[in-house]
Design a protein around this ligand. Structure first.
Ligand SMILES: Cc1cc2nc3c(=O)[nH]c(=O)nc-3n(C[C@H](O)[C@H](O)[C@H](O)COP(=O)(O)OP(=O)(O)OC[C@H]3O[C@@H](n4cnc5c(N)ncnc54)[C@H](O)[C@@H]3O)c2cc1C
Length: 392
């Protein structure tokens, strides 16, 4: 039985572990956090990814966790309403079919499918990889040494496996010109199953109440010409940066900044994509954001991760060796990924226009969106048909 080490236990990692387990691989997952990480903004599962979760038997659980956002209200800088729309009209999704679940709920559902069959090493990371003819020798931060047949990086936008095998992230990092901070805060606004988005040129703030409970998701997004790489290693610097950018803004922004300051689940990142010339080298391959992060602006990060995990495992199951499997996985998945990455380009976020003119244009377009039917999704979402992998 082939042994596979997967780095990262969020969306791509556990999904890949599930499929590899089904095909008879012996799987270990290493995750740098102490435990499965909850939190994060609600994410969408749509198009081909719905077929993946259906085949995994997860649809009933995910339907139960479906957030069912009723409306999104857009606001002018002074807080007055512009328009109110259905979320699917904005995302190009299909009403009644696409799923929107809290990221943590999806991660938990995926983890539940594998936690009893797969070895999880929490609070650890890979520090060295030595790829040779018979396997990959791995050293962990904990000091352990082990050898696996294959190693897969499912460790996100800032993947450690990618850095070890392909080199510095900056080479593949395609910055889209924004940074964001997401965090949980008290729902003192009377919001329920709805989102409110406030914009001023170059800055946006959103309150997102996914349920009826006392908390909601706060989200602050801002344009910045260069990515603040220095702030990544320093949570205090992240909070200072966000607070200084929004210091003079009105509406509920001051309350949000105060909540961001003390939030214990702050998630700060750049809005970026990963464009890699190859997703594998030797016995190591990448999946999900590590291989091809599309950015949250596409709304497709988790869906691409789910489809990629299913494709990679399927090709490993049916191919004669890992080299042909990695090639087949990439050939079959890359066009789908690139179509979805192309849904946004630099500085072109519909949700966060950078100039007063672009904001006015966006607001006009939003008013028209309210009348659009949402019975078909964007072609990119279903551009990959999910094959059936029949093992020899
Ligand atoms: C806690 C959390 C909150 C998030 N919130 C948002 C959000 O609000 N908006 C948004 O657009 N996207 C968010 N994301 C990213 C989103 O989940 C991904 O874009 C998408 O789902 C693709 O998933 P992925 O599994 O490929 O990567 P990710 O979801 O990024 O998962 C990568 C996993 O690898 C782990 N990891 C990272 N480096 C290492 C390492 N060196 N060794 C071992 N493990 C490592 C991470 O802890 C994480 O569990 C969040 C991710 C996490 C982990």
């Amino acid at each position: 039985m082939s042994t596979v080490l997967i780095s990262g236990a969020s969306i791509a990692g556990p999904a890949l572990a599930y499929w590899l387990g089904r095909y008879g691989f012996d799987v270990t997952v290493v995750e740098k956090a102490d435990a499965l990480r909850g939190g994060g903004y609600p994410i969408d599962i749509r198009g081909t990814a719905l077929d993946v979760v259906e085949r995994m038997g997860l649809l009933p659980d995910l339907l139960a966790a479906h957030v069912n956002t009723r409306q999104i209200t857009f606001l002018h800088p002074d807080g007055s309403p512009i328009t109110l729309i259905r979320p699917d009209a904005l995302t190009g999704g299909v009403e009644g079919r696409d799923l929107e679940v809290r990221r943590g709920d999806l991660a938990q559902a995926l983890y539940a499918t594998v936690r009893d069959d797969v070895e999880f090493l929490f609070n650890d990371t890979i520090t060295t990889l030595d790829d040779h003819a018979d396997g990959v020798d791995v050293t962990f931060r904990s000091g352990t040494h082990r050898t696996f047949d294959l190693v897969i990086g499912a460790d996100g936008l800032h993947s450690g496996v990618r850095a070890l095998v392909f080199g510095r992230e900056e080479q593949f990092h395609h910055y889209l010109g924004y940074c964001f901070a997401g965090f949980t805060m008290r729902n003192d606004f009377g919001l329920s199953h709805e989102g409110v988005i406030w914009n001023t040129p170059g800055r946006g703030a959103a309150l997102y109440a996914v349920g009826e409970n006392d908390n909601l998701h706060g989200f602050l997004n801002f344009a910045r010409p260069e990515p603040p790489f220095d702030a990544f290693r320093d949570p205090a610097a992240q909070r200072d940066l966000v607070a200084s950018v929004f210091a003079d803004d009105g509406w509920e922004v001051p309350r949000m900044v105060a909540a961001m300051r003390t939030a214990d689940d702050l998630f700060f990142d750049v809005v970026s994509q990963i464009h890699l010339p190859r997703w594998s080298a030797g016995r190591v391959a990448l999946v999900g954001d590590a291989a091809h992060a599309p950015s949250f602006l596409t709304g497709q990060g988790s869906s691409l991760a789910l489809v990629g995990a299913c494709m990679l495992a399927g090709e490993l199951a049916i191919s004669p060796d890992h080299t042909s499997a990695f090639t087949a996985y990439e050939q079959a998945t890359r066009p789908f990924v690139e179509l979805n990455q192309a849904l946004v380009t630099e500085g072109d976020a519909t949700l966060f226009p950078n100039t007063a003119e672009a904001l006015a244009q966006r607001n006009g377009a939003l008013r028209d969106l309210t009348t659009l039917p949402a019975d078909t999704g964007r072609p990119a979402h279903t551009a990959r048909h999910l094959p059936t992998f029949t093992t020899p």
